[in-house]
Structure formats: C-alpha cells, structure tokens
Ligand binder design. Structure first.
Ligand code: F6P
Length: 621
C-alpha cells in the first residue's frame, strides 16, 4: 500500500531520473496526461458559470451510473455511542437521535460501542439489521476503555473543548488508551472498507480517520464535531494536541456546528502549525481538508407527531404526576444531562435571585439524567447541583409549594414533548454547548397560538441560529441575567411571544436534521470520484479527488508551454521542462495515493497489532 509520504518520495526519485535528457522522452510521453485532459468534458476543464462545488455535483450525478456504476453513497457511520433503536428507550444525547434516522433510511452501516467490554480480540463485525441499515456494537477492550472514555475523552478533551480548563485531568496512559481504542475501531471497520465513504462523529474519535488510512483504507472520510471547538490557547492545553490536530487533517471533510467553532479551528491551525487555510480548505502534504459549518437540527414534524401520539401507560403516569405539581401555575423547564457544562447550578442560583425579588412567582422542573457517573468531576457536580436545589427549596418553599422539582429520570422524546409544551419557559443555559437540541425541541413543541419563551445561553451553538429578537439571550455565568430573563419571559405579552416563536420555528423548519445529514453527505460525496474512471484507466487510476483538478490544469498548461517552445531555444526549453517536471511531480504524488482507492483491498493488507511508531516530536506530556 502506497501512502502519501512514500508517494512523494517515489515522485521525487522518479523525476530525478527523468531529468536525465535520455529519459526525458519517457517523462514527456506523459503527454498522455495532456490527451487525457483534452478528453475531460468541458465542464471539468472550464470553470463555466458554476462554482467548483456545483460543478463537481453535476458531473458526479450525471456520470455516477453511466460510467462508474456507483450506487448511492454506501456510508459507514462511526461514533462512540449508537442509538438504542428502540422507541421505548430514552435517547441519550443529540448525536444518537440525529443519526438514527440517517442509518435507518440510507442503509448505512453504523459502528459504535456496545455496553459490554471485550478482551481485545478481534472478530468479524457483528452486524445487525436495522431498517435499511445495519448496526455493529463493538465490545471495546476492557483494558483500554476507562482511559479512553472516562480518561482522555471525558476528563481531558471534554472540558478543554468546552473551555473549562479547571476541570481537566488525565495522563499519558489515558492518551495511549484513547489511541488504542481508535486503532481497534479502525481495524473493526476494515471489514467494510469497500463501502463508499466513512462518516466519523465526535471527540472520542478525532484520530480515527488517520487510523483508517494507516490500514490502507483510502475511501473519503468525513468527521463531524458535536461539541464546540475552543480558541487556540485552550486547545494548546490538551496534551498531544499537535498530533491530534494533525490527525484531524487526514479527514477530507471536517464539519463544525457553528462559525465560532470553525473559526477557532482555523485559528488553531495557524497558532499550532502556522498553517493557513484558503476559502476554508487546508492543504497539507496529505491532501486537502475542507472545513465547513453544518448546524445540526431536529425533525419538527416528528415532534408534532410525538405530541399527538399516546405514551406507554407507565410513562404517561410519570408525566401526569410531574405535571400535577404545577397545576394552574406557570413553570419553567430545564432538560440536561447532569454535566457541569450545562450550567445547572448557575440556573438554580438564578431562580434563587428571582424568588428573592418575586417570591412564589414561578417554579422550575429540572430533568437531569445522570451522565458519565464514573467520572469524578461529574460525581462532584451532582452534589453541587443537588445542594443548590435543596437550599433554594428550603429558603423559598412552603408546605404547599416547592420552587424546584428535580428528577434524574430519563424520558422518551414523546414524553419530553408534552413537558416542553406545558412549560411556559424553556431555560437552556449551558456554559458552552455544541448546539443544544433541547432549545430547538422546546420551540418545536410549543402551541402556535400560545407559545412559551426560550431563555438561551449566548454560548450555546443554538444562539448562532436564534438572535435576541427571538430567544432571550443570557450570559449563563451571571445568575442575575438568568433571573431577569425568566421574569421577562413570564410576563411577556402574547403578541411578542408569538412573533419570537414564529421566527425561531421558521428557522427550525427551514433546516431540519434531514437537511443537516443530506448536506454532510453531499459534501462528503464531493471527495469521491470526479474524473470518470474510463478516462483514467490507462494510468491505472480511478478514484481521485476534486481537490486534484487544479493539478491537472497546472500540468496541462506547463506541458503546453513546453511544446510551444522552439527546440532551438535550448535555455528556454530547458526552463519549461523544469517547470513541467515540477507540475508532473505535483500531479503524480496524489495520483499514486488515490489509485489505492480504485481496487478492493485484499484482506491481508490490514496490519496486525496497532499503529506504526509515533512521531517522537509530537508527544508532549
Ligand atoms: O457531543 C456531545 C455528545 O456526544 C452528545 O451528542 C451527547 O449529548 C453526549 O455527548 C453523550 O455523551 P455520553 O455518550 O458520554 O453519554
């Protein structure tokens, strides 16, 4: 298997030998490239009216069936957590809820972690049919799992990504476990190496694209980050951040929730590597990585259906008994994993201040399912939240009235939809959040004739979608702002509530979860075949990349210039030859790289026993 770095060496030595005039003919015989270029249809040679992206799509769509016999993109989706695929079980987190319909409808294979641990031995992918797709839950090795999940993912990366350095901890062993688990998942994915593209999710799997490449898997790879990406000074606190960010550049496409995250990543590349991006494309020796914002959404129609559907009797009783606490009175709702990034303690303090100023005015239903309970910081945070709630209830409550009702129970989406609908205020005040779909779900569940009001942290990704004329935006670190916003929401006239709600709802409807996944997949598809395979066969090429098109053009121009010069003009001809040679080297290197993509890899190309030696300069503990 030829990797890009080897390919660059090969290209260099090939062109060194070609600089011998005796071998020049052979090199110039690559005029076949020129002929090849002439044969590429006009829309590929000329920018025409369409931008590069539009052009790529139209060529791909037109030619997919005719030339390459490519069916729709056969995806491999990889994430740590996979959805339960059981409507009676609650979903944990936005990622699972977002990907479940994608897999069930598109026929993707979804690889993730099982609840059981294994001994590290490798087995064929345990694929189980679900809808049109399949899911494989891997028993991740028990030896490395704690360092991977509790350690590097959730004690080092998670707080750093949320710009909370005081919560960071970890060790070099955790990082090694994190790498080991990524390598393990990549080896499992080797079984589906001949599918069209890999779509990897979230901070647990930053180096997975590189691990796939290390195994010789060269299909297009995309990554989507569900969390924020922080400013450079924060990411620089993550041990091995250079190695991690370098490995992220092995993906063809990197997706972020917001412009802020994307801009922070670009600034990080500049700060850490001195690397500049152009039009959100980063070029490295590996190739090109496109950076793009894809703000995740929800399915508002499905939310409407949830409101109409019957709940299972037990859940119906749970919801009814919760709502009996508020009969006749206005209440606010907060729904968050019990996570210190969610700012629940500050929210409770906001209620404390509100009730001091306006006694007995409004109560809060706080739903906080337990999360990552084996991570120490989460255990401490549970105590912080519960002590704060007890203090407020003792101070402001009476025998008949409790200000804050709190539960660690999880609820199905259908049950949550009913609770959101009943609450006059949705309080979503994370200190930082990738998007926070609760904000969108709260809006989607409202009664259009009498909607509630959203109080939203300005540091949630959703605040890039909803402006201050829509939600009441607050700084989640300032309880007095939260208190003022809740008071304002509780007293807001109907007309203003309807206007704010309508505007948010229009946005939710105009970019749903289905648009989000379609956009991601369409962009990923652009990393696929652009040059028709039948025109490449004489070069032994097939899969190539949109990003390589300028290299074809550059070489064609250099070759044309060489051909135009009179052989009698030796010096000029020599200079033109040198230029053509450089253009050819640039063209040849990624072509050698991408020809791996054309053919199915024989099974025995999977290396046994982990990664090659690490770059010693990259370790930073
Ligand atoms: O990006 C954050 C995320 O992956 C969410 O999609 C989800 O809300 C949460 O974390 C799930 O965390 P865990 O799998 O550790 O419970």
């Amino acid at each position: 298997m030829v990797r890009i770095h080897d390919a660059l060496d090969t290209a260099t030595s090939a062109s060194d030998s070609a600089s011998d005039p005796a071998q020049r003919d052979e090199a110039i015989d690559e005029a076949a490239f020129d002929q090849h270029l002439d044969e590429i249809p006009q829309e590929l040679n000329e920018p025409a009216d369409a931008g590069p992206s539009e052009r790529a799509v139209s060529v791909d769509v037109d030619r997919r069936d005719a030339v390459n016999q490519q069916p729709d993109l056969k995806l491999v989706v990889i994430s740590n957590r996979v959805a339960p695929f059981d409507p009676n079980k609650p979903q944990t987190g936005g990622l699972a809820a977002a990907l479940e319909p994608v897999v069930q409808r598109s026929g993707a294979v979804w690889i993730g972690s099982s609840e059981n641990r294994g001994d590290g031995s490798e087995h064929p992918l345990p694929l189980v049919k679900t809808g049109a797709g399949e899911v494989a839950r891997l028993e991740l090795p028990a030896k490395d799992y704690p360092g991977y999940y509790r350690g590097f993912s959730n004690s080092t990366l998670w707080p750093a990504l949320h710009s909370l350095p005081d919560q960071m901890s970890g060790s070099e062993e955790d990082y090694q476990s994190y790498r080991n688990i990524n390598d393990f998942i990549a080896r499992a994915a080797f079984d589906v190496r001949d599918r069209d593209a890999f779509w990897v999710h979230d901070y647990h799997l930053l180096p997975l694209g590189a691990a796939l490449h290390d195994l010789g898997i060269e299909r297009p790879t995309g990554f989507f980050l569900h969390t924020p990406w922080p400013a450079p000074d924060m990411i620089e606190r993550v041990p091995n951040h250079r190695e991690l960010m370098k490995s992220m550049l092995e993906y063809d496409l990197l997706g972020f929730q917001t412009n802020r995250d994307l801009n922070n990543f670009v600034a990080g590349l500049r700060a850490v590597f001195g690397l500049e991006s152009k039009d959100d494309v980063v070029t490295t020796e590996r190739g090109q990585t496109r950076l793009q914002k894809f703000p995740i959404g929800i399915d508002p129609k499905q939310f409407a259906e949830y409101l109409a559907a019957d709940l299972a009797p037990a859940e119906h009783e749970k919801v009814s008994s919760l709502l009996r606490n508020f009969e006749g009175a206005k209440f606010a709702i907060g729904v968050d994993r019990l996570d210190y990034t969610k700012g629940i303690d500050k929210r409770v303090e906001g209620f404390n201040q509100l009730l001091r100023n306006e006694p007995h005015s409004i109560s809060l239903l706080q739903i906080a399912p337990s999360s990552r309970a084996d991570v120490e910081e989460y255990q401490k945070y549970k105590d912080v939240v519960e002590n704060a709630i007890n203090r407020v209830n003792n101070k402001h409550g009476t025998d008949e009235w409790r200000p804050i009702h709190y539960t660690n129970d999880s609820f199905s989406q259908a049950a949550l939809a009913r609770l959101y609908r009943a609450a006059k205020i949705g309080v979503v005040t994370p200190l930082r959040d990738g998007m926070n779909l609760v904000a969108k779900e709260y809006v989607a569940a409202q009664d259009p004739q009498d909607p509630g009001v959203l109080v939203l942290s300005k540091f949630a990704g959703a605040a890039e979608d909803f402006n201050e004329n829509e939600a009441l935006l607050v700084d989640p670190n300032h309880p007095e702002e939260i208190a003022a916003a809740i008071s304002k929401a509780a007293n807001m006239p109907l007309e203003e509530r309807v206007a704010r709600w309508r505007s948010m709802m229009d946005k939710i409807e105009s970019f749903t979860i289905h648009d989000w996944s379609a956009d991601n997949i369409r962009e990923l598809d652009k990393s696929r075949l652009i040059i028709p395979a039948d025109e490449c066969l004489r070069f032994g090429l097939g899969w190539t990349n949109e990003a390589q098109m300028p290299l074809y053009r550059r070489h064609a121009e250099a070759l044309a210039a060489y051909n135009d010069i009179d052989p009698a003009d030796t010096a000029l001809k020599e200079a033109a030859f040198e230029d053509e040679k450089r253009a050819y080297e640039a063209l040849q290197a990624p072509l050698i790289h991408t020809q791996d993509r054309l053919w199915d890899l024989p099974a025995d190309t999977a290396p046994i026993g982990g990664r090659p030696e690490q770059d010693p300069g990259a370790a930073e503990y």
